[in-house]
Ligand binder design. Structure first.
Ligand code: SF4
Length: 572
């Protein structure tokens, strides 16, 4: 019987409709069924995925490699095998690297022969003892440093294969998890970094982000999507959270008298953001009560799970279902899933959103609570050593409210700092080799991992980003407005180059007739976010990395010479 099963499994993995339900391979076997029994209807939390795969196969589609891996062994069912093999020092095979990502560990060969761990931190907020605890884990199991990511999250690198699971065990001791942080899953849930402390905000995103985080963690059927998925909550405050770059964005808005719904604060639903594919999330016209966000996001996901492309990784994000169907058809399917209609409002009955402050993540800002402040600390393209992290945790504990709030700008904030403690915080941050002040160029500098730790990268993004900042600071002291420079290593666009004022995407530049190449970039300008969302336009291809700083200087000089005044942004 085992041989027969293996033969049938092989046919399935080759993309043929063998008639054997993959539920048998993923724990979805119906009660009383055996592997040799007639095909059974898939059951259990994996059934929604298996049925979608079956439908793809039945329609003549060939499942992509990753879908076959999911069918062969659900990554959660494979956990103990993965741990056992890792404990012997065995390097994960490609399919097991994919499965480890469900648990938050990314094997980074050939860029490096070790794991990177990406955590989950809802709304990007940690307590000081968790922050210090992660530093200790990075010392014990990793390279002794961490990076803040563009999803207000932390990554720890240089974790050897034997140390992967012990690192994850340590996270549990800190009340944290990395479950679902990679592969085809819902990524870290972002929310307004200044939630609850910003005078302008309409709604505190913290409970919403935390509730959605726990909703995901407790429903296995929301893992193993056709592709990764991002959700963000924006509270309407001064600090952008880039919800327009997410598959689902919830934006707090004030609905005015005369609308089809009662006036007050609602969450507006925007859909389909994926800046690397040159698309920003668009307004659906739907508004929700904040308490309904989870069930509506859940329904949106189930429509995606059932209808997303399982054959072509380049076309498998939700955007492509939206493109093929249009918003009306997709939203009708969501309403069918929910069994109810969603409320819509005319945009004329929604108050304009408050202005964003592009420097709000840097330096000292008064909170809505009198006498208290948040203080943004700049990190060199997101990096902190473990010693710095322990020092920063002590500052949060002794001078603030104990929280450390990560932002999508690859930095973090202290909050709840009394006026009398501000100078002490600044001095202690400086003593750690960091700063709470930044130039116009450095405040908006974002860089993905690059080729120091990512196999997809064409260039050393973090290194080049710092060179650009040093060069502009030295040569263009007259720059007096914030300018965002986003440096990304490949088309995956982790640093979201299309929404930067200036965006760079890694490219190999041919420099000889023999085909020798050097690191370089294609350059995009005019992107935007928050109150001026826009996908940038490519103006130069294949610029050598060493030539990028003077090219960027020329762009900025041109802007300074032509603008009508500082109120005119670079994007305009
Ligand atoms: Fe790696 Fe590409 Fe993401 Fe940069 S954008 S971290 S190179 S996958």
């Amino acid at each position: 019987m085992a041989d027969a099963f293996n033969a049938e499994q092989k046919r399935y993995l080759e993309g043929f409709a063998s008639g054997i339900s993959a539920a048998r391979m993923t724990g979805g076997l119906a009660a009383g069924q055996s592997a040799s029994a007639p095909p059974a209807e898939p059951v259990g939390p994996d059934a929604i995925h298996i049925k979608a795969q079956d439908a793809t196969i039945k329609a003549g589609g060939k499942l992509c490699e990753q879908e076959k891996w999911k069918r062969a062994e659900n990554p959660f069912d494979g956990h103990n095998r993965l741990v056992t093999e890792a404990s012997t020092g065995k390097t994960p095979k490609p399919e097991d690297n994919f499965r480890w990502r469900y648990h938050g560990l990314f094997w980074l060969a050939p860029a490096s022969g070790d794991f990177m761990c990406r955590l989950r931190i809802p709304n990007g907020i940690l307590q000081h003892w968790q922050f210090a605890g992660i530093a200790d884990l990075a010392d014990a199991h990793g390279g002794g440093y961490s990076h803040v990511t563009t999803r207000a999250n932390l990554q720890v690198r240089e974790i050897t294969v034997e140390h992967g699971q012990p690192f994850l065990d340590g996270l549990i001791d800190l009340g944290l998890t990395a479950r679902g942080a990679g592969a085809d899953n819902i990524r870290n849930v972002t929310g307004s970094p200044v939630a609850g402390i910003d005078a302008q905000e309409l709604l505190d995103t913290r409970p919403l982000a935390k509730s959605w985080h726990n909703w995901i963690l407790n429903d296995r059927s929301l893992y193993g999507l056709p592709r990764k998925f991002n959700v963000a909550f924006d509270g309407g405050g001064v600090m952008p959270v880039l919800e327009e770059t997410n598959d689902i964005g919830f934006q707090a808005v004030r609905v005015l008298d005369g609308a089809a719904v009662e006036p007050g604060v609602w969450m507006r639903l925007v859909l389909g953001g994926i800046s690397g594919h040159r698309d920003l999330a668009r307004d659906t016209g739907i508004v929700l009560k904040p308490g309904d966000c989870n069930k509506v996001a859940d329904a949106i996901l189930r429509v995606f799970i059932k209808n997303g492309d399982r054959t072509n990784r380049n076309k498998s994000r939700m955007k492509y279902v939206l493109d093929a169907w249009g918003f009306d058809k997709y939203l009708a399917a969501v309403e069918d899933e929910l069994g109810t209609k969603l409320a819509r409002v005319d945009p004329a009955h929604v108050a304009p959103r408050g202005p964003m402050d592009r420097f709000s993540h840097v330096g000292v800002h008064a909170q809505v609570q009198p006498g208290l402040n948040w203080i943004g600390v700049i990190l060199p393209v997101g990096k902190m050593t473990s010693d710095q992290m322990r020092g920063l945790a002590a500052i949060a504990s002794e001078c603030g409210d104990g929280a450390i709030r990560m932002t999508v700008w690859q930095n973090f904030l202290f909050s709840g700092v009394p006026d009398a403690k501000v100078a002490e915080v600044q001095a202690r941050v400086a003593a750690l080799g960091l700063t709470t002040e930044a130039s116009s160029i450095r405040a908006g500098l974002v860089a993905c991992t690059g080729n120091r730790g990512c196999k997809f990268a064409a260039s050393d993004t973090k290194g080049h980003a710092l060179v650009i900042a040093d060069y502009i600071e030295a040569n263009l002291t007259e720059l007096d407005v914030p300018v965002n420079v986003h440096v990304t290593g490949c088309h995956h666009s982790c640093a979201q180059h299309y929404i930067g004022d200036i965006g760079l995407i890694g490219a190999k530049v041919v420099v000889s007739e023999e085909g020798d190449t050097v690191e370089g970039y294609d350059i995009v300008v005019g992107g935007g976010f928050g109150d001026s969302p826009k996908i940038g336009t490519e103006i130069w291809k294949s610029v050598k990395a060493e030539d990028c700083p003077p090219r960027i200087e020329a762009l900025l000089r041109s802007y300074l010479a032509r603008r009508t005044g500082p109120a005119e942004s670079f994007q305009a």
